[in-house]
Design a protein around this ligand. Structure first.
Ligand code: HPA
Length: 275
């Protein structure tokens, strides 16, 4: 695994002439094209980066763009491979570990999710405060990579409270600040109403099929993590209507401007706040 990470690291170091990358953002549905808000210094397809997986689903282009935000290099990863695509979980997290080993301090994640909380409506942006891993898998299973972090990492504050405060202050200018706990299911099936009810009873506000593996390895490596869900639908059983991936894409498209406006301000603020 370390060899695979180092190969990717060497490739990116060549691309950027060893420039330090400060912040990494991994974009889910509703964020495609976000990099076009910036002047792109370097751009490459995941398929050209050793050991980066190419996503296979619509809306996930699989492109790395390096941009400058508030004078700091920021890696925008447009699209992600998912667990349900059948990849070993340790391979899904190679991009996060690569950027961590390149010195990146901050990881920002976005995703589309189903809303459980009755406070949410489709189109809402929710700041994730914690997660519940319901898959039974974990990207840190296997030999510990001591260079990254300890064998038994603390997970009591995966999502940075400082960054949550920044998200709160920015969202106030645009929309009601909402927070929630994200339950990770493997997919690709949407959840059954009974599974959503179970997730609700154990404290989840959102259900989704991504984000948690990346957040775990980032926290293991000591990065500051923030994650945001775009609620594209009410979770199964919360609303009576059957779930449809096209609906997810449609709501994500409709919410694009709102999410991207928020994210631009958020990235500026965290790059200013973090030395
Ligand atoms: N469940 C899981 N993942 C999702 C959902 C959902 O309802 N909506 C968007 N991604």
């Amino acid at each position: 695994m370390l060899d695979q990470i180092n190969e990717a690291k060497n490739f990116i170091n060549k691309l950027t002439s060893n420039k330090e990358i400060h912040t990494v953002i991994i974009l889910g549905s509703g964020m495609s094209g976000f990099e076009k808000n910036y002047e792109i210094m370097h751009q490459v397809s995941y398929s050209d980066i050793p050991n980066f997986l190419q996503p296979s689903i619509e809306g996930h282009s699989g492109t790395l763009s390096i941009v400058e935000i508030e004078g700091k290099y920021t890696a925008i990863l447009s699209g992600r491979a998912h667990y349900y695509e059948g990849y070993p979980i340790q391979e899904l997290v190679i991009p996060v570990r690569t950027f961590s080993s390149l010195g990146a301090k901050n990881l920002i994640l976005t995703n589309a999710a189903g809303g459980i909380s009755l406070d949410y409506n489709p189109g809402d942006i929710v700041s994730i405060t914690d997660h519940i891993n319901l898959t039974g898998d974990n990207p840190l299973i296997g030999k510990n990579l001591d260079d990254f972090g300890p064998r038994f990492p603390d997970m009591s504050e995966v999502y940075s409270k400082q960054f949550l405060q920044i998200a709160e202050s920015i969202s106030k200018n645009h929309f009601e600040f909402k927070t929630g706990i994200y339950a990770w299911f493997t997919g690709p099936t949407y959840e059954t109403p009974a599974e959503v009810n179970f997730a609700k009873r154990i404290g989840a506000d959102l259900v989704g099929m991504s984000t948690v593996p990346e957040a775990i390895v980032a926290k293991h490596a000591g990065m500051n993590v923030s994650a945001f869900s775009l609620v594209t639908n009410l979770a199964a059983g919360i609303s009576d209507s059957p779930l449809d991936h096209n609906e997810v894409i449609e709501i994500a498209e409709l919410s694009k401007v709102k999410l991207q406006t928020f994210m631009k301000e958020f990235l500026s603020q965290i790059n200013i706040s973090n030395n």
